[in-house]
Design a protein around this ligand. Structure first.
Ligand SMILES: Cc1ncc(COP(=O)(O)O)c(C=O)c1O
Length: 400
């Protein structure tokens, strides 16, 4: 008998956990994902902050199709002048401070962090890198080293030497950034920690300390970028300018692409001592760049980012429930913390059964994640929140 897709998925595709959600996707459109049985799910995760424009946004699909008719890969990154890369670089940099004028295209978030670390060493001649505890910057060896929680990385030691961790929002800890530090790498809003928002001008204090010590200030905006926090980029919301900006996830409108953005003089250090200091075959793939361009253009033209804070306020008001302890948020990047840990899986499972996809965080076992596509209407948010409220009731009743 032929094996089911589920069997092949479990047996022949590498797994990341023993408890995959295993939702069998048929198609996805706008804010909804549909399974093979025709069941509709409100997507409240955006595939972890990716589908900010929803699924299959028409402009993104059209751009991909047009590019398919022109060319795919023609040469490794950095050699040929390709229209979609050029258009994207021009549009992206128009949204950023003048000092963020050059993008190095890559394929994924982790890779962007790897390249940021390499560049920081090359630019400063130092090798020490400071990152924050409870940060997640990716799973490749360098990015993995930035993670403080050794229960994840112990099996892969030794990783990269010279990494120090500081606590996010702890100003005293900034003393650990010294003239030996090549770069400080942090998320402007810590995502996997369960949405840890910067307090008391923390990011400005980090920026100042970096200036004092001539350390590169690197912001990982892979989750916070492209409108998620209510500004195009979170550093604009929190009024700082990084030396290097890491972008990915929502950048491609559902396609895999990432980028390291900085000043041309800094990025172009890869051209000498040694030349070809970093190279990639597929970085800046024309189809991904075409999708990224359409995605960013749509965010701008349709003023989507402008509606984010209103939607955040709506959810904060609507999600009032006795088992909610607090909601931490920055725009549509939210953590709903429950009064007791034991409620969490019931809320997630019940929401799933009733057609709403929410998710866990890596480093917070009391909160669930809400990161809906930015294009939800208020009516849709209202309906989705009703499913969450009934899941909260269900969890509450379970232990009464
Ligand atoms: C803040 C942040 N940085 C980096 C990454 C790694 O990105 P990728 O999974 O595309 O390698 C992630 C992924 O979740 C992330 O959330």
């Amino acid at each position: 008998m032929a094996l089911s897709k589920r069997d092949i998925f479990l047996n022949n595709i590498g797994q990341t956990s023993t408890y995959p959600l295993a939702l069998e996707v048929d198609y996805a459109e706008g804010i909804f994902i549909y399974d093979v049985h025709g069941k509709q799910y409100f997507d409240l995760n955006s595939g972890i902050s990716v589908s900010s424009l929803g699924h299959r946004h028409p402009q993104v699909i059209e751009a991909i199709k047009n590019q398919l008719d022109k060319h795919l890969h023609t040469m490794v990154y950095g050699e040929h002048i390709q229209g979609p890369q050029v258009a994207y670089a021009d549009l992206l940099t128009s949204q950023l401070d003048d000092s963020l004028n050059c993008i190095y295209f890559l394929n994924s978030g982790s890779e962007v962090l790897e390249v940021a670390m390499k560049l920081a060493k090359r630019a400063t001649g130092r090798f020490e890198i400071v990152s924050c505890s409870n940060a997640y910057h990716g799973s490749t060896q360098g990015a993995e080293t930035l993670r403080s929680d050794h229960s994840y990385s112990r099996a892969f030691l030794p990783l990269i030497p010279g990494i120090k961790h500081i606590e996010f929002n702890n100003v005293e800890d900034l003393k650990k950034i010294t003239c030996r530090t090549a770069a400080v790498i942090l998320e402007p809003v810590q995502a996997e920690a369960g949405i840890n928002v910067p307090k008391n001008d923390y990011l400005r204090k980090v920026e100042k300390r970096c200036k004092e010590t001539k350390t590169l200030f690197v912001l990982d905006e892979i989750q916070t970028g492209f409108g998620r926090t209510g500004k195009m980029f979170a550093h604009q919301k929190y009024d700082v300018i990084p030396d290097l900006l890491c972008i990915g996830k929502a950048m491609g409108g559902g396609m895999p692409i990432g980028g390291l953005v900085g000043d041309k003089k800094l990025i172009n250090l890869f051209t000498k001592k040694p030349d070809l200091g970093h190279i990639t075959t597929f970085g800046g793939h024309p189809v991904m760049c075409a999708a990224a361009y359409a995605s960013l253009k749509t965010l701008i033209d349709e003023s989507i980012v402008e509606s984010v804070l209103e939607k955040e306020a709506f959810i904060l008001k609507k999600l009032s429930h006795p088992i909610i302890k607090e909601i931490r948020s920055s725009g549509l990047m939210m953590a709903v913390e429950l009064t007791k840990r034991k409620y969490l899986k019931h809320v997630v499972n019940h929401s799933f059964n009733n057609g709403a996809l929410i998710d866990y965080f890596l480093f917070n076992n009391r909160s669930f994640r809400l990161a809906p596509p930015l294009i939800y209407t208020m009516k849709e948010l209202d309906e989705a929140c009703d499913i969450l409220l009934s899941a909260l009731d269900f969890a509450n009743d379970k232990y009464r």
